[in-house]
Ligand binder design. Sequence first.
Ligand SMILES: C[S@@+](CC[C@H](N)C(=O)[O-])C[C@H]1O[C@@H](n2cnc3c(N)ncnc32)[C@H](O)[C@@H]1O
Length: 335
Amino acid sequence: MSSPSEPTPEIPKSEIIDNYIEWIYKLDILRCAIELQLWEKVAAGQDTPEKMVASQGWDPVGTRMLLDAICSLQLLSKQGDRFRLVPESEAFLLPANQTYKGSLLLSESHWEGDGKLAESIRSGKRPIHYCATTEDIIGMWVADYSRNWTHPQVYLEDADKLWQSLEIHARDGLSILDVACGPAPKSLALARQHPGVSLTFLDWEGILQTAFQAASRLGVENQVTKKPGDLWKVDFGENLFDVLWLGNITHFFSPDENIRLFRKARRSLVHGGAIVVNSAGRRDGDFPIWAQLWLYAVSTGGEAYDFAEYQDMLTKAGFSDVVDINKGPIRAFKP
Ligand SMILES: C[S@@+](CC[C@H](N)C(=O)[O-])C[C@H]1O[C@@H](n2cnc3c(N)ncnc32)[C@H](O)[C@@H]1O
């Protein structure tokens, strides 16, 4: 104990810690509202606490407090004594909508298996709760990318700029293999620039349906063929493609796995063909450092690689002229 004559040691403000405590509370409230399908009930006309209580038989105090809390979290608004959906809750929190993200939010709130991350770091045993490269979790990708495949026009401008920066131009006969394509935002943008561009989509069948939906919304479905299945098992073919696109998949694989994947990609390209590795999860890019641990948790060997590491993997797989475009996509050629 310090005596009265000794100066009191300084103590920092607890703002950073207090913010985390706030986030924990907010997340638990959000999770509760999703479990109770609060927005669906408001949309169905139970737009006051009294109507909701009468219809659901819930506790009146808790119901009123939850509605007010969700309103303060900007996922409802209030006019007079009636609650209303806001555009975000209308689009993403009504289960009947294709763009519903409630289940995704609930499942992602257990991304680290409810406290298993520490054990995983102790033992190195991973993935923890789910593996990002298995077919089991396609529902998660469908929900995560729902804005892209239901409204593909939202990404066209950025995707067009990306192809410009890569110096890959749409032309008659250009053929692209989009591996782990998801709803294929980037390759679809290029197909839209020229009717002579042909795309081959590779992903799980359940996801390819969303990519096809996006393709028809953009009017390019006739330019698309599909190769459904596991990228490790499906044959990419030999000397077929001008461009092979790998978007947001390589950070789930170990360096050895990536080299194996890049070799498979090289075989499928024509001589002079380009591979593009586009990972939002780069250590030397804008990806938040804390989020890199998610890559650890959801894969057996993945992590956030930097340009030098990708350059090394691509070179080992037989690619040359590896370039980094503004800390975004990495392009290399098959000699
Ligand atoms: C993060 S998303 C990336 C989607 C898209 N390439 C993009 O960049 O927007 C990962 C995609 O990889 C697919 N995927 C993961 N593992 C796969 C595998 N073993 N075989 C085929 N597709 C896989 C998933 O289904 C998902 O669509």
